[in-house]
Design a protein around this ligand. Structure first.
Ligand SMILES: *[C@@H]1O[C@H](CO)[C@@H](O)[C@H](O)[C@H]1NC(C)=O
Ligand SMILES: *[C@@H]1O[C@H](CO)[C@@H](O)[C@H](O)[C@H]1NC(C)=O
Ligand SMILES: *[C@@H]1O[C@H](CO)[C@@H](O)[C@H](O)[C@H]1NC(C)=O
Ligand SMILES: *[C@@H]1O[C@H](CO)[C@@H](O)[C@H](O)[C@H]1NC(C)=O
Ligand SMILES: *[C@@H]1O[C@H](CO)[C@@H](O)[C@H](O)[C@H]1NC(C)=O
Ligand SMILES: *[C@@H]1O[C@H](CO)[C@@H](O)[C@H](O)[C@H]1NC(C)=O
Ligand SMILES: *[C@@H]1O[C@H](CO)[C@@H](O)[C@H](O)[C@H]1NC(C)=O
Ligand SMILES: *[C@@H]1O[C@H](CO)[C@@H](O)[C@H](O)[C@H]1NC(C)=O
Ligand SMILES: *[C@@H]1O[C@H](CO)[C@@H](O)[C@H](O)[C@H]1NC(C)=O
Ligand SMILES: *[C@@H]1O[C@H](CO)[C@@H](O)[C@H](O)[C@H]1NC(C)=O
Ligand SMILES: *[C@@H]1O[C@H](CO)[C@@H](O)[C@H](O)[C@H]1NC(C)=O
Ligand SMILES: *[C@@H]1O[C@H](CO)[C@@H](O)[C@H](O)[C@H]1NC(C)=O
Length: 817
């Protein structure tokens, strides 16, 4: 450990003990503490936690000045930037940052993006968005994003710059990933053995104290060594709620962190978009969603309760909210591996089980984070299905595994009244581990499902459009005009979407890569910086100003203030304006018009993707929206349009029909309070005439992902098999699609069409997986270094090299366990 590191650690430690912020047992084991005899640990999810509201006042005293000076800088070149003063004379914009998942790839890219917004980063004020982070009120994390957010939050809100300054290989500094969690000591086998023995002991003692444990405890404890290397045993006695006592938090000098986990129901082995999401804030643990609709006091998680009342009056449990345990819950993909159907993963997991849980009495559920006793037991705030609150245990898994890899939902909550959400997208959507927006589509669609009925999210296009318009390559703003969002449950924040792409470094590293050298880490972080700044403003010198406009937009709308011409130009450049560009009517559901009540025809004359052969790809699409009460007498509309240029002799006919069933269904989702809700329903039949066009399309389709809007588990896909991706389809609105849709789009026999609606993501990945083999070098404990070949799409579909991977990992694992 470096001297500076040591001093900082010592200071942090003495501070932690001074404020008494530590597990009562001073270890991983939760322990009994006194609490008020009449305490009730549960509150109904009907508003912000009082503690959060109180904290927000303190935070906003700081964000106000920070945002004001950021905006003064960002708009300095505007012909008239009086908008800044006008806004701040009566309001302060509220900004959130969503830290996307995707393993270490995500962690580093998120770090670079945040560094670009942090005034503490060298160069961020000259080349970046420096100061914006100081104006952010909330950050959220899921999966690999939680690796990042946990690290900075629970290291006294350290800066990425500080982490970089201390970064070395092999010294166990923060994010020293020169060795993988499978072999943390590298050639120092003694260290590895001691570390694993310590983890095994921690889990054993927690279990002996009466708490159910699983492999997820080991997962979290081993990652702790990478995030809190200066704390004893990687922070094994560090509590989530401890941050409440840190000055930097108490004084509102850092944002409030909310991480997400998903609830896996008893008897199920996976989660999907309809599963419940849990929010974990410094204050609370719980869910807004109808299956729970309650929050419990974070500090006393683990207490046996009935409807929030401790079963032993005056006695609570503390220390269950361990930082490593809850980060594990937000990042736990073990269950996906375990249930992938791959015998190899199963045996690997069983070997871990005998290593880390040798004498543990719990049976079953070794793959999930077990929160037990269930804090929601006996609660009555849930709306329908009581299965979660009835169970004695609560099972938690990775927050992004349902397809919502970007943790938008906590920041979209109406109660938090956020104006702008800045989000990264490091999802591994393509074979080459780049995003194409499946996470956006997932959260968009979820709002129309029962589980998401109290959420709103701006309209986004389908994934094919996202690719055709290059939305997945450059920053894009969604929900730019509040007036176009009035048909959602409420007007959601503006979204600034920052997709992962390469500038100075290929940041498309597989989730399965668990080691990074210092050079690689720095390369990833630097590229993240460039993503957030459009390559340090070389791609667009006005981007700084445009981000300023995004910060001010909702307040400008609310206060009805004049919109600077520079902002208007920015919005023309960066806002998705409702344009659709795809060839696949099955994806129409999420494409939508920008205004859901109006009938809009999104004709992408962008048909204009001419190939070198001179063919035109015809994209044609109709989206019709009708109010539900008109459903009684649907009036099919038929439109005929002739298309252009190279295919001037071709015509595309589009028949739009209206399906009443869909309306009723949608209405049911919205129940009572939104009875004026309307949905877009359309069936499109396209008849192609031009031969050349068919040909052009037929060749372009295989390289394109057609999405039916339900791209579950993209994160899991690149870890394992994507087998759960097959569970996709037909939640909520995603079924509006044409049953006849496969006949369009130049697929004479519709094979691609059907592929598209049956989890093609997974199958496409499998077929082309040979191209995505990565070399990862880890070192075996004793003998020579072993080159572990990880296949991006391993899991159920092992190629030969995939076999090698698991065998090697197993061997390596067994050797030093
Ligand atoms: C935490 O960070 C703040 C602000 O950077 C600093 O003043 C303080 O000394 C740090 N506390 C500890 C215990 O390191
Ligand atoms: C962008 O700026 C950052 C911070 O100053 C720097 O580290 C990085 O090298 C720059 N990138 C380019 C392409 O200039
Ligand atoms: C293991 O635990 C012991 C006792 O708490 C501690 O002294 C040692 O540093 C720990 N080692 C690791 C690698 O966690
Ligand atoms: C598990 O039980 C065996 C046999 O009782 C004992 O030798 C071993 O130390 C135990 N392991 C742990 C981690 O408690
Ligand atoms: C990353 O992207 C580059 C360029 O798109 C590609 O050549 C490379 O194969 C990709 N890497 C992975 C791991 O897929
Ligand atoms: C046109 O299609 C080609 C091949 O599918 C693709 O590489 C290119 O990005 C597309 N261009 C546009 C503007 O969509
Ligand atoms: C949507 O369009 C309707 C009708 O033009 C309009 O009343 C409403 O304000 C618009 N908001 C949208 C949906 O543009
Ligand atoms: C909407 O955006 C597309 C490209 O994304 C552009 O071609 C079109 O002109 C824009 N339409 C309007 C009305 O701004
Ligand atoms: C909002 O609606 C107007 C009118 O329908 C349209 O011109 C505009 O492009 C829409 N804006 C966005 C961002 O969708
Ligand atoms: C989706 O369509 C299929 C086939 O028409 C139907 O069986 C299924 O019930 C539909 N699902 C939903 C949610 O509408
Ligand atoms: C599909 O469309 C064709 C002609 O457009 C029609 O004859 C056929 O009945 C449709 N099939 C279904 C399942 O709707
Ligand atoms: C469907 O397309 C495949 C691949 O192009 C072709 O081999 C097959 O013969 C076609 N089937 C029919 C019924 O046209």
């Amino acid at each position: 450990m470096q001297f500076a590191d040591y001093v900082a650690a010592a200071a942090f430690l003495s501070y932690l003990s001074a404020v008494n912020a530590w597990s009562p047992t001073n270890s991983y084991t939760p322990g009994k503490v006194e609490c008020d005899a009449d305490v009730n640990l549960i509150r109904k999810a009907d508003g912000l936690a009082p503690a959060e509201a109180e904290w927000l006042v303190k935070r906003e005293a700081n964000t106000k000045d920070a945002l004001k000076s950021f905006l003064d800088r960002a708009t300095a070149k505007f012909s008239d930037n009086s908008l800044v003063d006008s806004i701040f004379s009566s309001a302060t914009p509220r900004v959130g940052f969503a830290s996307c998942g995707g393993g270490y790839r995500a962690m580093f890219v998120d770090a670079g993006v945040v560094a670009a917004m942090d005034e503490r980063t060298v160069g961020a004020n000259e080349n970046g968005l420096g100061g914006l982070l100081q104006g952010i009120a909330y950050i959220s994390g899921s999966s690999g994003g939680s690796f990042f957010t946990t690290t900075v939050t629970y290291n006294n809100w350290t800066s990425v710059q500080d982490i970089i300054n201390q970064m070395k290989d092999g010294d166990h500094s923060i994010w020293d990933l020169s060795q993988s969690p499978l072999n943390p000591g590298g050639s120092d086998t003694e260290y590895t053995n001691e570390l694993f023995a310590n983890i095994t002991e921690s889990i054993q003692l927690k279990n002996e104290a009466g708490f159910d444990v699983s492999l997820a405890d080991a997962w979290g404890l081993s990652y702790g060594y990478y995030f809190f290397p200066s704390l004893p045993r990687g922070g094994y006695s560090y509590q989530w709620s401890d941050i409440q006592d840190a000055d930097v938090f108490k004084n509102g000098e850092m944002p409030l962190l909310i991480e997400l986990a998903k609830v896996e129901k008893a008897g199920e082995t996976s989660v999907d978009l309809s599963s419940t999401s849990i929010e974990m804030s410094p204050f609370e643990f719980g869910s807004w969603e109808p299956s729970i609709k309650s929050f419990t006091d974070m500090k006393y998680l683990g207490t046996e309760v009935n409807n929030g009342v401790p079963t032993t009056p005056g006695e609570c449990i503390a220390g269950f909210d361990n930082v490593n345990f809850l980060t594990s819950a937000s990042t736990n993909v073990i269950n996906t591996l375990y249930n992938s159907g791959s015998g190899m993963y199963t045996s690997m997991i069983n070997s871990f089980k005998s290593k880390f849980l040798p004498n543990v009495t719990t049976v079953g559920h070794i793959d999930v984070n077990i929160a037990a006793p269930n804090p929601f037991k006996g609660t009555t705030n849930y709306e329908s299905d009581s299965s979660i609150v009835d169970n004695d245990q609560l099972y938690l898994v990775d927050g992004g595994i349902d397809g919502q890899v970007i943790p938008f939902t906590p920041l979209m909550r109406k109660e938090r009244d956020i104006d702008l959400v800045i989000a990264t997208d490091t999802t591994a959507d393509t074979d080459e581990v780049w995003p194409f927006g499946s996470a956006l589509v997932a959260t968009y669609e979820r709002q129309f499902m029962e589980i998401g009925k109290t959420d709103a999210f701006p309209y986004v296009p389908d994934i094919e459009t996202i690719q055709n318009l290059g939305i997945n390559k450059n920053p894009t703003f969604f929900g730019c005009d509040s007036s176009n969002l009035t048909d959602l449950a409420y007007v959601p924040p503006l979204v600034v979407y920052l997709p992962n792409r390469a500038y100075s470094y290929d940041t498309n590293v597989s989730t399965a890569v668990l080691t990074y050298t210092r050079e690689q880490r720095l390369g990833m972080i630097r590229n993240g910086f460039e993503i957030a700044t459009r390559n340090n403003f070389t791609d667009d010198p006005d981007f700084l100003g445009c981000m300023g406009c995004a910060v001010m937009r909702r307040k400008q709308e609310q206060l009805d203030l004049p919109w600077p011409s520079e902002c208007a130009q920015c919005f023309e450049r960066y806002c998705w304006n409702g344009t659709i560009s795809n060839s696949d009517t099955t994806s129409i559901v999420s494409s939508s018009s920008a205004n859901a009540t109006s009938t809009s025809t999104g004709i992408s004359s962008a048909s204009a993707n001419s190939t070198s052969e001179g063919f035109s790809t015809i994209h044609f699409e109709t989206s019709t929206t009708i109010p539900c009460d008109e459903c009684e007498q649907p009036q099919p509309t038929v439109m005929t349009t002739t298309i252009e240029e190279d295919c001037s002799d071709s015509a595309t006919q589009v028949a739009t029909m209206i399906e009443c069933e869909e309306c009723e269904e949608a209405e049911a989702y919205r129940s009572g309070s939104y009875n004026h809700y309307t949905t877009r329903t359309s069936l499109t039949t396209t008849t192609e005439i031009c031969e050349e066009c068919e040909e052009a399309k037929a060749t372009s389709v295989p390289s394109t992902y057609s999405n039916n809007g339900n791209n579950n588990n993209n994160e899991a896909n690149d870890f394992s098999s994507g087998s759960s991706g097959e569970s996709s389809n037909s939640e909520g609105t995603s079924n509006n699609s044409a049953s006849n849709g496969s006949e369009k789009s130049g697929n004479s026999n519709g094979s691609n069409g059907s592929n598209a609606s049956a989890g093609s993501n997974a199958s496409n990945k499998i077929t082309s997986s040979a191209a995505t083999i990565l070399q990862v070098t880890t070192s075996a404990p004793s003998s020579t270094g072993v080159s572990v070949v990880l296949n991006e799409n391993n899991g159920a579909s092992f190629s030969v090299s995939g076999m090698l991977t698991v065998v090697t990992i197993l061997l390596a694992g067994l050797q030093f366990m």
